[in-house]
Design a protein around this ligand. Structure first.
Ligand code: ADP
Ligand code: MG
Length: 640
């Protein structure tokens, strides 16, 4: 260490300090994952070197045998993980081992609860990475030299995982990174060959580079008292993992645990995946893909800048992380690997954008994912878990991916009047199978929340006739439905829009009778129109209501209430459309209104009914004070 120069002490970014603290406390029961994380990083580093060396073979410095070495020292209580990968420069070290680059980290960390079991789940989705070393170590030393840099340009980083780290220039003969963990008191168990080997096999078997450990002389029966190995013999190393890229192996040879372990490596996630799909395709378009559906949404699922996409390999050589060209945006939660034989090894992001093979791969992989989800949907419980995390993202699909619209529609789940709960569990196939004889449309209502949807007056006639209505309450719903026209030959109909038409569910007789009652109220409609003119475009009789006196409906092509609100909240201009006021001819209040001789009271009552209809639709009164004043006036007259 005598060669160290330019030593400085730097503070960790605040987020790192918080993460370190939380991680050490909440992941304690799973502390062994540090090894998986460090091996994962070593493997990434080896892959990056191999990629850069495609164009600059000098980077190998005469040694292209990429591997990872693990050693330990029982007496010194250290574990060392070493790779001959790409290494880091001084700037790299300061950035990667002193900050967290992910945007949104601060707000993520502040969302943690302090409850250990919950937080360990959340931190897992965040990705624990290098800093997990501090779960078992109270001092970590990193010696690293970027491939291609002179021996004297190496860096020594050291920290006790508290507030700060030191960084100094040093010398390192071999390129790459050596990480020395000084185990905490009580964590000596990790300085043990048997323990480490087991962990490598358990978590890192799938790593495509050999993970080497010193050969241990296995004491055989007659060699029990064998002497300790000679002091100066150079240790012999052997690979303890299978060191083949997992996706290149044949499906039938891969155990579920191996798929799960590999998922954690590619996704930086800490929980098991919900499902996966592994495919090898030969022919014109040759590729292997291994795609995973995570169990939990990442904290930055809704962050537009958040990195997403697959790990791209070309002929088994790692090319890039987060290649987002291979799946549409609405499948951005999928993790995994695509290994193509059709792309050239020197692809860049720019070239990818133009290569026609990319489009072909994208549509092939999209189908794979949709098929995988379709399979997953057969397991109701698992699919419910999936839907809860990713349903809203999938709802972007029908509009984004017209070609696969029908497949996506089958994957959607809704709350409905049939189940009566807010849980989104009804598929369109379920709905169609329950349609009434003569029913031609798929009915739905969009509202801000489940209760407003469920108690919407527009549902009254449907309840009476036993017709199911889908209850839509997600922010994206109004927009999504505006992009949909039909499913299985049946068109979608918003029950708050247009004239009610139940098709043949209603008999000719019923329809005739409705026309009769409507005729009786023509004079009422004529009286109402001028009174409510400022706020409604039309007044008409309806038979969609059984219990409520009146409701508001929109024209078929008007923007829905929910979308209006969202756009208004976003400060956007929305078209100025007035709703239609519909009255229930059977309701005593409407009949009373018809009989009301006093014009002033007539107007008051009409306004109250209009405001109530607005409220029932989840609207906000423009002038709540006027509403209350009118209502109170009528109440006083009642008691007078
Ligand atoms: P992640 O692997 O998700 O990026 P980590 O916390 O595990 O996060 O690592 C942070 C970064 O530190 C890596 O992205 C990489 O740039 C750098 N790094 C960590 N370990 C190594 C290594 N062995 N060799 C080269 N770079 C490394
Ligand atoms: Mg990592």
């Amino acid at each position: 260490m005598s060669t160290e120069t330019q030593k400085e002490t730097l503070g960790f970014q605040t987020e790192v300090k918080q993460l370190l603290h939380l991680m050490v406390h909440s992941l304690y029961s799973n502390k062994e994952i540090f090894l998986r994380e460090l091996i994962s990083n070593a493997s990434d580093a080896a892959e990056k070197l191999r990629f850069e060396a495609l164009e600059k073979s000098d980077l190998y410095e005469g040694d292209s045998d990429l591997n990872i070495r693990i050693s330990f020292d029982k007496d010194a209580k250290t574990v060392t993980i070493e790779d001959n990968g790409i290494g880091m420069s001084r700037e790299d070290v300061i950035e990667h081992l002193g900050t967290i680059a992910k945007s949104g980290t601060a707000s993520f960390l502040s969302s943690l609860t302090g409850d250990q079991s919950k937080d360990s789940q959340l931190i897992g989705q965040f990705g624990v990475g290098f800093y997990s070393s501090f779960i078992v170590a109270d001092q970590v030393d990193v010696f690293t030299r970027r491939a291609g840099e002179p021996i004297s340009e190496a860096v020594h980083w050291s920290s006790r995982g508290e507030g700060e780290f030191t960084i100094a220039s040093t010398e390192k003969a071999g390129r790459g990174t050596r990480i020395v963990l000084h185990l905490k008191e009580g964590e000596e168990e990790f300085a043990d060959g048997w323990r480490l080997r087991n962990l490598v096999r358990k978590y890192s078997d799938h790593i495509a580079f050999p993970v080497m450990m010193e050969k241990e002389a296995m004491p055989s029966a007659d060699e029990e008292e064998a002497e300790a190995p000679e002091q100066n013999a150079t240790p012999e190393y052997e690979a303890v993992n299978s060191a083949t890229a997992l996706w290149t192996r044949s499906k039938s040879d891969i155990k579920d645990e191996e798929y799960q372990a590999f998922y954690k490596h590619v996704s930086h996630d800490y929980s098991d995946p919900l499902s996966w799909s592994h495919n090898k395709v030969e022919g014109n378009l040759e590729y292997t893909s291994l795609l995973y559906v995570p169990e939990k949404a990442p904290f930055d699922l809704w962050n537009r800048e958040a990195p997403r996409g697959l790990k791209l390999y070309v002929q088994r050589v790692f090319i890039m992380d987060q290649a987002d060209q291979f799946l549409p945006l609405y499948l951005r939660f999928i993790k995994g690997v695509v290994d193509s034989n059709n792309l050239s090894l020197n692809v860049s992001r720019e070239i990818l954008q133009k290569d026609p093979n990319v489009d072909k791969l994208r549509s092939a992989l999209t189908k794979r994912v949709l098929d995988m989800l379709n399979k997953l949907a057969k397991d109701t419980e698992k699919y419910a878990a999936f839907w809860k995390e990713f349903g809203q993202v999938l709802k972007e699909g029908p509009a984004e991916d017209y070609a696969n619209k029908d497949k996506i529609l089958k994957l959607l789940r809704f709350a409905s009047t049939h189940t009566g709960t807010s849980e989104q569990s009804v598929s369109l196939d379920d709905y169609v199978s329950r349609m009434q004889e003569g029913q031609e449309k798929i009915f739905y209502v969009v509202a801000e929340n489940f209760n407003t949807a469920k108690s919407s007056p527009h549902l009254e006639i449907f309840r009476k006739k036993g017709i199911e209505v889908l209850l839509l309450t997600d922010r994206i719903d109004d927009w999504m439905m505006s992009q949909l026209f039909d499913f299985d030959g049946k068109s979608f109909q918003d029950v708050t829009k247009g004239e009610l038409n139940l098709g043949e569910v209603e008999s000719e007789e019923e329809k005739k009778q409705q026309e009769e009652t409507a005729k009786h109220l023509e004079s009422l409609l004529e009286r109402l129109k001028p009174v409510l003119e400022a706020r409604v475009s039309e007044v008409r009789v309806t038979h969609r209501l059984t219990d409520s006196p009146a409701c508001l409906v929109l024209n078929d092509y008007d923007m829905g209430m929910q979308m209006r609100k969202i756009m208004e909240a976003a400060g956007q201009k929305v078209p100025d459309t007035k709703p239609i006021f519909e009255v229930n001819p059977e309701h005593p209040l409407i009949q009373k209104l018809d009989q009301e001789p006093d014009e002033a009271r007539f107007a008051d009552l009409a306004y109250i009914l209009l405001d109530q209809a607005d409220l029932a639709a989840g609207g906000q009164l423009e002038d709540p004070a006027a509403y209350t004043a009118r209502l109170n006036k009528l109440l006083l007259e009642l008691s007078a």
